[in-house]
Design a protein around this ligand. Structure first.
Ligand SMILES: [Zn+2]
Length: 406
């Protein structure tokens, strides 16, 4: 069983310990110690990072985990450590201290949400740049609710209240009643209670700062509904507030600067842009229709009449999607018409629904027999591609084949 030095003194940045067991992986090594200052991942708090150093080796600790025996895992330089030898432990203190602020900030925020809205915290996770809690909340959570909670939470931070750690073999009924959350049956004694007098009492195994003022600042950065009555609230504490807001503001001002009109608020500028796009889209549609009308007129004037059917042949520059939209328009608008359109490695055959006696799919099949490639379609519209001959040649073959049908 590894002694958890951080349970009683989370401010211990360095320590010595005795190696208990060593295991070697491909590129990493992992070991257990008789005692440790490294917090193992759990309870929403990520594991510590740091260095384990011995005579002739150094391990860069990247992951710490385990319940009774705590394993320290990382890349090693030098020889493999032996069980029984003494090592020096050193924490990545900046990482740990920020995590302590986040964790304590979470206790405060969760206590305030419980107090103001009777919301229970059902989940908690510290990430690299922010933290997440899940709370139950009936109805719609708004920024007004959030602001009220933030003001109250930061008042508690400013009060410089002590964060006390207590150990119990058994909890009295009186103490149980004070807990924000019921004690899980899984927790074995000694039971570790974290108390912020007048604010919060809760069982917790994480690392916390010793006074609320050290949390610095608590800022909710985002929130959204996850499922019925469960909301996710993202927040940051300490220096991570500054990092988060700096990144957000860089994005905000950068976005505003990209706008044609650079005056705040950004949301109004975005709405203007959206309206402008809609207007342009309408104009584009109208212009396209006008172009189609002219194009159809020109093509029809050059159409060949075969057995009372106007056969339009055309080598197209547009890509297949746009070409198809035009071809469908063309044959739908003009009774007794068939369009044979070829483009860069595609062909579209289409007919007006009123034209009887010829299937576009059947025509395509015959053409493909000579040109190679593949494709398919229906009675009125068929598409193909992958030919071994030039588009003009495909068109010529199609015209010939069509005459057999008509
Ligand atoms: Zn905690």
């Amino acid at each position: 069983m590894t002694k958890r030095l951080f349970y009683t003194d989370p401010y211990l940045k360095e320590s010595i310990a005795i190696v208990q067991a060593v295991e070697q992986g491909k590129s990493i090594v992992r070991l257990t110690l008789d005692r440790t200052i490294f917090y193992p991942e759990g309870g929403g708090q990520p594991s510590d990072k740091g260095i384990i150093r011995g005579e002739g080796f150094e391990i860069k600790v990247e992951r710490v985990y385990g319940r009774d025996e705590i394993w320290h895992e990382g890349k090693i330089e030098g020889r493999l450590p032996q069980a029984g030898e003494e090592v020096k432990l050193k924490l990545d203190w900046e990482w740990r201290y920020e995590n302590m602020k986040q964790h304590t900030g979470q206790h405060i925020l969760s206590a305030v949400l419980k107090d103001l809205y009777d919301s229970n915290t059902t989940g908690f996770q510290i990430f690299e740049n922010y933290n997440k809690i899940e709370i139950d909340f009936e109805g719609k959570l708004t920024w007004e609710h959030i602001l009220r909670a933030e003001i109250r939470a930061n008042e508690i931070v400013q009060k410089d209240l002590p964060v006390e750690i207590e150990f119990y073999e058994e909890l009295t009924e009186h103490l149980r009643k004070q807990l924000r959350k019921e004690l899980s049956d899984k927790v074995k004694p000694p039971i570790r209670i974290v108390r912020i007098p007048g604010v919060d009492v809760i069982p917790c195994g994480g690392t916390h700062v010793k006074s609320t003022r050290e949390v610095g600042f608590i800022k909710v950065v985002n929130f959204y509904k996850k499922s019925k009555n469960i909301w996710r609230v993202e927040f940051a504490c300490g220096n991570r507030v500054l990092n988060y807001l700096d990144e957000l503001l860089k994005d905000y001002w950068g976005s505003l600067d990209e706008m044609p009109n650079k005056n705040r608020p950004l949301v109004e500028r975005v709405k203007e842009l959206k309206n402008e796009i809609e207007k342009l889209e309408e104009e584009r549609k109208a212009l396209r229709l006008e172009v189609w009308e002219w194009k159809a007129k020109v093509l029809l004037s050059k159409a060949e009449e075969v057995g009372g059917i106007r056969v339009i042949s055309h080598v197209e520059e547009l890509d297949m999607k746009d070409a198809q939209a035009f071809v469908v328009y063309l044959v739908d608008k003009n009774p007794n018409s068939i369009a044979l359109v070829v483009g860069k490695n595609y062909v579209i055959f289409a007919k007006n629904r009123g034209v009887k006696g010829v299937s576009m799919r059947a025509l395509l099949r015959e053409v493909l027999e000579e040109t190679g490639g593949g494709g398919g379609g229906s009675e009125v519209l068929a598409k193909g591609g992958g030919f071994k001959v030039e588009p003009e040649k495909v068109l010529e073959i199609a015209q010939k084949k069509l005459k057999h049908f008509l």
